[in-house]
Design a protein around this ligand. Structure first.
Ligand SMILES: Cc1cc2nc3c(=O)[nH]c(=O)nc-3n(C[C@H](O)[C@H](O)[C@H](O)COP(=O)(O)OP(=O)(O)OC[C@H]3O[C@@H](n4cnc5c(N)ncnc54)[C@H](O)[C@@H]3O)c2cc1C
Length: 367
């Protein structure tokens, strides 16, 4: 039996930043990360951007030596199957038991499965392994279909086109990114994609995935040597549910210190609905920077230091020749005011007369 200490489930930004932060405050207590992902912790945002259409780039958050030097025991390719909150230990798929004093649950999200005939043929884009597989498949492909007009779908479609693959993005809504940014911005995103060479097909769904084509609801077919399922994600609350942690809207409920409803168990990142002190209410933030910040708050709280989550969530993404930067609460809005300016535009989202989000869109410098 290993010694108890600090334990993080997940080697994404939330788990790594929690472990790193705790280690920085307590040099002698065992710190351990258990992760189902076999790869050394890496940056995910570039997977649908410069990693996909570019050359070699270093994605590592830290080297293996860095984890060793900082006394963080990184166990990769290890899936936790159960948390025993009474015994304060986690049990892995292989049956190993790891006791903890402080546990940070950071399992992120899992892909929403594509439940159409042949859906298993569509590739996901969630992990480093997925991105390598997609990049390799694109190398030998003449055509691709991206299913889903969300951020990852739009980014990946423009990258596949940049690789010389004739790419179609199939969007169920009337424009891409409609639910996130509204129809007016969505129309402009469709133009950005078209300018990048992507064929945008809207207001329809894929009903079947074949060997070399997909079928649309109309019965029409689109050539597809490669099919990417960018059909969205949902927080992975299986461990939390099984352990009896409080959840709401399919997410783990945490306070502003990232404490769950169970003693000595914290949660951070995509899996949470967390109280944000600036918003004065629970907020969902499924972005890289927010996962890092929540992980840091969880690590500090576990270390017995004061910490609260109060930053405004946000992200930056790249579609074709444009960079989109959003800051805001991501929830609903009543009005969206769009202002054009040289090389781009900005949007202010308001609800009840108050600003709840801003979007800045500018053409990226040519690389
Ligand atoms: C292709 C792509 C592009 C993105 N681009 C952007 C972007 O431009 N900007 C932005 O802000 N965000 C972006 N995101 C989202 C961002 O990466 C996530 O919000 C962030 O990674 C969430 O961090 P996390 O630590 O909560 O979860 P994750 O990064 O998903 O990490 C979860 C970890 O938990 C592990 N795990 C899960 N279950 C178990 C288990 N039972 N046992 C052990 N380990 C487990 C997983 O293997 C993984 O290591 C992108 C995501 C993807 C996939």
């Amino acid at each position: 039996m290993v010694a108890p200490g600090f334990l993080a489930i997940g080697s994404g930004p939330a788990g790594v930043s929690a472990a790193e932060t705790f280690r920085g405050r307590h040099p002698h207590i065992p710190v351990r990360i258990l992760s189902a992902d076999p790869a050394l912790p890496y940056a995910k945002p570039p997977l649908s951007k410069e990693f996909l259409d570019g050359g070699h780039i270093d994605l590592d958050l830290h080297s293996a030596g860095w984890f060793r030097r900082h006394g963080i025991d990184l166990l990769l390719g290890v899936t936790v199957e159960h948390i025993d909150v009474d015994a304060q230990e986690v049990i892995t798929r292989g049956g190993a038991h790891y006791p903890y004093w402080h546990l940070v649950l950071a399992p992120g999200s899992c892909a929403v499965p594509l439940t159409v005939p042949g859906g298993h043929r569509a590739q996901p884009l969630r992990t480093f392994g997925d991105a390598v597989a997609l990049k390799m498949a694109a190398r030998y492909a003449a055509s691709a279909v991206v299913i889903g007009g969300g951020l990852v779908g739009c980014e990946a479609a423009s990258c596949l086109t940049a690789l010389g693959v004739a790419t179609t993005v199939v969007v169920p809504e009337s424009v891409p990114l409609q639910r996130r940014f509204g129809v007016d911005v969505g129309k402009r995103v469709a133009e950005m994609l078209a300018d990048a060479g992507v064929t945008v097909v809207t207001s329809t769904t894929v009903t079947a995935v074949g060997e070399t084509e997909v079928t649309l609801a109309s019965g029409a077919t689109v050539d597809a040597d490669v099919v990417l399922a960018a059909t969205g994600v949902r927080p992975d609350i299986r461990l939390a549910d099984d352990a009896g942690l409080a959840t709401r809207q399919g997410r783990v409920v945490v306070d502003e210190h990232m404490r769950t409803s169970v003693r000595n168990v914290y949660a951070a990142g995509d899996v949470t609905i967390a109280h944000n002190v600036a918003a004065g209410r629970p907020v969902v933030a499924e972005h890289w920077r927010d996962a890092v910040q929540q992980g840091r708050v969880a690590g500090l709280t576990a270390a017995g230091q004061p910490a609260i989550w109060g930053k405004v969530p946000g992200f930056t993404c790249r579609i074709g020749a444009f960079t989109l930067s959003y800051r805001g609460w991501g929830a609903g809005y009543d009005t969206a005011t769009l202002t054009d300016r040289a090389g781009g535009f900005s949007v202010v989202y308001r609800a009840g007369g108050r600003v709840v989000g801003t979007l800045d869109v500018r053409s990226s410098p040519a690389s």
